[in-house]
Design a protein around this ligand. Sequence first.
Ligand SMILES: NC(=O)c1ccc[n+]([C@@H]2O[C@H](COP(=O)([O-])OP(=O)(O)OC[C@H]3O[C@@H](n4cnc5c(N)ncnc54)[C@H](O)[C@@H]3O)[C@@H](O)[C@H]2O)c1
Length: 331
Amino acid sequence: MAVRFGYVGCGFVAQGVHIPNFVGLPEVEPVALAEIRPQLGEKVQWKWGFRKLYRSHLELAEDSEVEAVGVSAAFSEQSVIARDLLRAGKHVFMEKPMALSLAEGEEMLAAGQEGGGRLMVAYMKRYDAGAQLAKKYIDEFRADDSMGTLFYARNHGFCGRQWDAGFRGRIETTDEPRPEPGPSRSPDWMPEKHCGAYVWYLQQYTHNVNLLRWFLDAGDNARVTAVDLGPDGYTGVVVFEINGVRAIIESANTSHFGWDMNTQVFFENGWVKTTSPPLLLDNVAEAVEVYRGHFIECVKSGEPFRSTGEDTLTDIRLFEDMFRLWIKFQS
Ligand SMILES: NC(=O)c1ccc[n+]([C@@H]2O[C@H](COP(=O)([O-])OP(=O)(O)OC[C@H]3O[C@@H](n4cnc5c(N)ncnc54)[C@H](O)[C@@H]3O)[C@@H](O)[C@H]2O)c1
């Protein structure tokens, strides 16, 4: 039986990524869409085959036909939307950031418990084929100790202009103004003048913090030990202890066109490194590099070398064969 699916907020990410992906699945039935901007809602409703269109997420929350809902809206709005849907018993898939404060996030989880809906935050890096492979290597090396102690992790995240991989052409638009963002939902202890920097850093580096915690299997065992960010609250270095490992995130925006992001997990005898594609680039996974000593390891363990003398004889034979043939046709 197909999952009866709804979506709230049909802007850039919804149209460029999530709605096409969900609606393309045979086990999804697109039932209802909610969008504050009515003309945009109508265009997207017909393009992707949603049977019903609502102006507000609250109306969609009341639709008992809808089981699961995707949500993407402004940073200040999407946590409220998700909370209301969870309270109404819908399963929710939402964009990051989940919430702008811990208190708000806890309120969302409580709403889920109250209503029975489950929440997934769409951290795509945890589902990236390359990142999954890197995680597998890291888990293996930690379990068998073959690379020695895992002692350091580094995430370098310098954002360039290529984050959206240039796919704006696929998006339906209208002249309707975007809704005004609601009141600041930053933590109540935070001085108002710093809220902008906080939200901007959070919305970007939530990917990086989440990925490091996952690579290091930390769960909630993570804390901030030092912060050296510039006056913009964005450019610099933050140091963490994540599952007992020192880890850093290097952050900046640069004007270059590319996307300069990689994560390196260091063991005493080598490392696992992933290099990230631009955030929204389709069908390109993180590139994975494993650096480890081979000769000494094999001498110690008795494991076969990957490039043995016996195997290399084949290459030499092929070269002799090539030149045997070549010489035959000379003069
Ligand atoms: N994972 C990633 O790499 C990535 C990349 C870009 C954006 N995002 C996230 O996606 C989210 C959305 O970004 P976007 O660029 O699509 O925004 P957007 O402004 O283009 O789209 C949001 C849409 O939601 C509608 N909306 C707002 N409140 C609503 C409500 N209560 N009911 C119904 N409709 C409502 C708006 O009218 C708008 O059309 C952001 O929170 C951002 O963090 C994630």
